[in-house]
Write a protein that binds this ligand. Structure first.
Ligand code: BTN
Length: 263
């Protein structure tokens, strides 16, 4: 097995990063819910498994033992004009952390999915409890997916174990990945108030897997087909339709087929 499934060595993580308290559980309902109810600025909640893991759009997030399920509670002091880019920025931070541990071929599917070669590897759930600037950023990455979990999820998914096996078969340390993830997230969040859109877009384009693709999705009971052109300063996805109209969307559930094409 190219990865270890021992419980995390939390001391190794806490000795390497600077954060609030790390709340570590063998099992919790949802690390996001836990931090929304109990978290203080800078705290991190990590759980080996979640009994009610939540995804975007009210979906259930399957969190079998040993997968990466954690949330970070971050308090932003300024809500800037680029506030709506926070989720995309989180995706960039995760992509960079995966690159640090030697993964290649991954990217971010707008707005908040982490993909590897057309299959979903992970996701992000951003939630706020009030208007204070306190945000809970939840991240789930598949490490090993039991067949049962594969069957429950109605889309192409992958895991870090599968990727490692298919690529170089090397062992990776989950603690090291956690350290890289938390560091990249903290740097991005700390500097978020100074974000320059021109620099942001360069990083986004490096990881964006939809750019230039023709995609199809449902929007307000209408089927939209068009080419992904760019995102704007509010993080909306710009789609050029056959009619020549460029429209921007705040949300769209774009599904990818196994080969990476849109449905
Ligand atoms: C998605 O792709 O729909 C988002 C998935 C987010 C899952 C993570 S796992 C840690 C945190 N706790 C949750 O209940 N959800 C997020």
């Amino acid at each position: 097995m190219p990865t270890n499934h021992k419980p995390l060595d939390i001391n190794k993580i806490s000795n390497s990063i600077n954060c609030g308290n790390i709340h570590y559980f063998d099992s919790v309902n949802s690390t996001n819910t836990w931090l929304l109810e109990n978290g203080k600025c800078g705290d991190i909640c990590i759980s080996e498994t979640q009994t009610s893991g939540r995804g975007r759009r009210g979906n259930i997030w399957e969190s079998p033992q040993g997968n990466i399920s954690f949330s970070l509670c971050y308090c932003f002091t300024e809500i800037t004009e680029y506030w709506s880019l926070l989720g995309l920025m989180t995706g960039i931070a995760i992509a960079e952390a995966l690159q640090d541990i030697g993964i290649a071929g991954h990217g971010v599917k707008w707005p908040n999915d982490i993909y590897w070669q057309g299959k979903k590897l992970g996701g992000i759930l951003l939630e706020t409890s009030d208007q204070s600037g306190k945000v809970v950023i939840g991240i789930g990455l598949n490490v090993l997916l039991p067949i049962k979990t594969h069957e429950k999820i109605g889309q192409e998914i992958t895991s870090l174990t599968e990727i490692m096996t298919l690529t170089n078969n090397s062992i990776f340390s989950k603690e090291t990945l956690f350290i890289h993830l938390i560091e990249h997230l903290q740097i991005k969040f700390r500097n978020f108030h100074n974000l320059k859109f021109s620099e942001f877009i360069k990083s986004w384009e490096k990881w964006d897997i939809l750019q230039g693709r023709t995609v199809t999705f449902n929007h307000q009971n209408r089927k939209i087909t068009g080419k992904v052109i760019k995102i704007d300063t509010q993080g909306r996805l710009g789609i050029l339709q056959n009619s020549g109209i460029l429209d921007f969307y705040t949300s769209a559930d774009i599904k990818l087929r196994k080969n990476g094409d849109s449905e």
